[in-house]
Design a protein around this ligand. Sequence first.
Ligand code: HEM
Length: 327
Amino acid sequence: MVSYRALFGTMVPLALALLLIGSTEAQLEYGFYKNSCPHAEFIVFQEMTKIIANAPFLTGPFLRMQYHDCFVNGCDASLLLNSTNNNPAEKDAPPNQSLRGFDAIDDIKAKLEMACPGIVSCADILAMIARDSVKLTYGPYYAIETGRRDGSRSEASDTQANLQPPTSNITVLKNIFIQKGLTAKDLAVLTGAHTIGQSLCSSFTERLYNFTGRGFGLDPALDPTYVPQLMCECKPNDNTTRVEMDPGSSRNFDLAYYKGVSRGRGLFTSDDQLLHDPETKAYVERQAMAWPEEFFKDFAESMVKMGRIEVLTHGKGEIRKKCAFVN
Ligand code: HEM
């Protein structure tokens, strides 16, 4: 008969070893490509500088993409995969239909494949272009961890439970962040990304014309002096016009978003809802009056944290040759 001691004498070290392997596997590294593709981050930044000089509006979708990728089954570039005949992919799900710039990502990947074939993952490219978009809009330049590998599953239906709509209340928003290992502070910090970029009118016109859900009504949380401008830019049922989310400053990564939210000028209910929780409210109100250093530092930290969600590393997943297709 096998004794307890004999059995657990081997199981404990085994369990410890598995725990250690598990914790190593979950880890990304700063400078993962320093030997295998030393210029990877520079190549991406150089391409990004050219792309953004020609199409400055792409900084918004490029920053948003990392959030939309990481929250749906982890940071594995599943967002970049194309739909197939029998499988609508994440890219074609409603929250992702307004993203732009996928061709530019293909060009960046092609440059990296020329320099270092089969080395740099599409998931890491998403982290790099999000970071570079912040830098190119005069925000902080922060170091990012790399070493993610690319996933193979991308299903449009996975987006629904993971990307909350702009009508969400603070409880729903906090819950989804907590589910992803993030905090209420990360929510207040990362939503600060709305300091850059544009929104389709259709993402918020309910607040202007149909707040009751019965075909009429204005959201009383909106600053009444801001409403005429929004109504002028966005007529009811307009599905194509885009407006600056942070008017006058939407190409500057700065604190104007927090100033706006604190005055009832957040574009979405989800922005306004930051004022409905003591911790997120205190953050918004502090940043509305602050110098940008604290927000810049917080944003860098929260982005690095978000970039760790359910990553594939150490032989799991693959390095795609083209970001839109599995190998
Ligand atoms: C907390 C929940 C969030 C909600 C409900 C939300 C919702 C939205 C919506 C509805 C839009 C407009 C999309 C359109 O009509 O084109 C948008 C844009 C944007 N979001 Fe968020 N967002 C959230 C969090 C985040 C986070 C965490 C980030 C990044 C860290 C982010 C970055 C952006 C950016 C940069 C844009 C501008 C996109 C563009 O210029 O096309 N958002 N968001």
